[in-house]
Design a protein. Structure first.
Lengths: 111, 405
């Protein structure tokens, strides 16, 4: 199954060069093990825009959809047979990026 | 009829976890396993009185539960669900064979998984491994049945949705996962041993008994694990003193004042044998083995050898230097080297333990024995305000009222 891994952060642009090196090495390991699906860093939440097109005219609003003390500073999508494997992998990921991580299962596609 | 009732009770105690574990493996769903096991036991209660007790009750129950599960799956099956069930069964069959084969161990590990909240782990273990009903568990933890039911349902849903696997952890994860299981068992035991709440019985032998049953099962499944052995020894040595620990008037009786004749000699012998077995292994003891050894010293001969207790707590402080461990070491030092020495060490812990009632109770006891009545009364007051166990409160109140200023 697939898991979304959110990188939890409370400040902006806090990544260091050492962390970047460690994350690269970790990503290579994910790829080699067949676990890598996608990974990306995210810009600061103040740069986000909310779209609401449920009404007649779309409404664009500046800023994040919820004000939070912590947010996702990046994400992974990984492939793992079960949560134990995902936890073992991302324990290393947490060390590499020096952040707390949240792991959430991605719902399987409808049969 | 009593024969049938006994057989049903025994089968429930001995076979519940095995039936749930076997079905959970076969059908890949705790929910299905739990429901089918419950149905099988209900069928047994219905049929055994007329048909007689089957020669192999465990096999009968597993077969019956399997049929119930298959019926249920057919009944509820949509294409989607059938696909999922097939997928789950397939996933399990491709799993490499672990060194530890018993399905009940898998069941214990999944119920005590670290990705579940602690209260969910406790509830799930009591339900799936212990076979307690949801109302029984709710009653044990003083919450509404609906709350407890929701807690267990949520935990099962997370196991399924998050992909928590039904297998024994990898070798490198095993020590940490075993220690997680032991933490769950210890919490269940302690809730029985020092039950909280003014309207609760001071000792809940249903919970201590259940925890010991789990510890015995775990020891049977992992006989070489030192900490599992230590946990079982710790529990039986504590349980051995249960009847002597609360007086006929419902007051806690501290260890030195307990009637040793009331202790359960068989449990003490069992605990001592387990502790000796660990000592003989020559391996460095972990936390539960050290606590078991402390209890072995307390229950050896006519009085506690405090020099040995201090030495054991010194070892424990090196593994776990938490203030609670240091408090217990300080109490032991007070008994070995004199009350003033103990009090001095205890006073140092004030900033960390001022909200912990055993800290105040220990201070109160030493101050009382040193003849400092006023200070002792204050410490008893602080302990009473924080204590939750009814027998302990009764004891502390009497001691406080005896301290004449």
């Amino acid at each position: 199954m697939q898991y979304l891994v959110n990188v939890i952060d409370s400040r902006s642009n806090t990544g260091t060069a050492e962390e970047a090196v460690a994350i690269d090495a970790f990503n290579e390991k994910l790829v080699a093990g067949g676990h890598w699906v996608f990974a990306a860093g995210l810009a600061d939440p103040t740069t986000s825009t909310v779209i609401d097109a449920r009404g007649d005219a779309p409404v664009f609003t500046d800023g994040p959809f919820v004000e939070a003390k912590e947010w996702a500073a990046g994400l992974w999508i990984i492939e793992a047979p079960d949560l134990d494997v995902a936890l073992t992998l991302m324990t290393e990921g947490s060390k590499a990026c020096n952040r707390r991580l949240e792991i959430r299962p991605i719902l399987p596609p409808p049969a | 009829m009593t024969e049938i009732t006994d057989a049903l009770t025994r089968a429930h105690r001995d076979e519940w976890a095995r039936v749930v574990a076997t079905l959970a493996k076969r059908f890949g769903s705790l929910d299905t396993a739990e429901e089918a096991a419950a149905e099988a036991f209900a069928t047994a209660a219905e049929h055994w009185p007329a048909d007689g007790i089957p020669p192999n009750p465990g096999a009968w129950l597993t077969t019956t539960a399997t049929r119930k599960a298959i019926d249920r799956i057919r009944r509820e099956s949509t294409r989607d669900a059938r696909h999922r069930e097939a997928q789950l069964v397939y996933d399990i069959e491709t799993e490499p064979l672990g060194a530890i084969g018993d399905d009940r161990l898998r069941l214990i590990f999944i119920c005590c998984h670290p990705a579940l909240a602690m209260d969910a782990r406790i509830a799930l273990t009591l339900r799936m491994v212990g076979g307690l009903s949801v109302p029984e568990i709710a009653h044990a933890f003083l919450v509404q049945e609906t709350t407890m039911g929701a807690r267990i349902t949520r935990a099962k849903a997370k196991i399924a949705a998050a992909g928590i696997p039904y297998r024994v952890p990898l070798a490198e994860d095993l020590p940490a996962r075993i220690s997680g299981v032991l933490a769950v068992l210890f919490l269940i035991f302690n809730e029985g041993y020092l039950a909280s709440g003014p309207d609760t019985a001071p000792v809940r032998e249903d919970l201590t008994g259940e925890a010991i049953r789990f510890a015995r099962l775990l020891h049977q499944l992992l006989p070489e694990d030192g900490e599992v052995t230590g946990m079982l020894a710790l529990m039986v040595l504590t349980e051995a003193r249960r009847t002597a620990r609360v007086s006929s008037t419902g007051e806690l009786v501290p260890l030195p004042e307990q009637d040793r004749g009331q202790w359960d000699a068989a449990l003490i012998a069992e605990g001592h044998a387990l502790v000796r077995q660990r000592l003989a292994s020559g391996e460095v003891p972990g936390r539960y083995q050290l606590l078991a050894a402390v209890n072995a010293v307390h229950t050896d001969g006519d009085a506690t050898d405090w020099t040995q207790v201090v030495a054991l707590y010194e070892q424990l402080v090196r593994i776990d230097s938490s203030p609670i461990v240091r408090l217990n070491r300080a109490i032991a030092v007070g008994e070995r080297d004199g009350l003033e020495a103990g009090l001095e060490l205890i006073d140092d812990l004030e900033p960390e333990l001022s909200g912990y009632h055993p800290y105040h109770a220990a201070r109160a006891d030493l101050l009382r024995r040193l003849g400092r009545a006023a200070a002792s009364r204050d410490a008893y007051d602080a302990a009473i305000a924080l204590a939750e166990n009814s027998a302990e409160v009764a004891y502390l109140v009497r001691r406080r009222d005896e301290a004449v200023i």
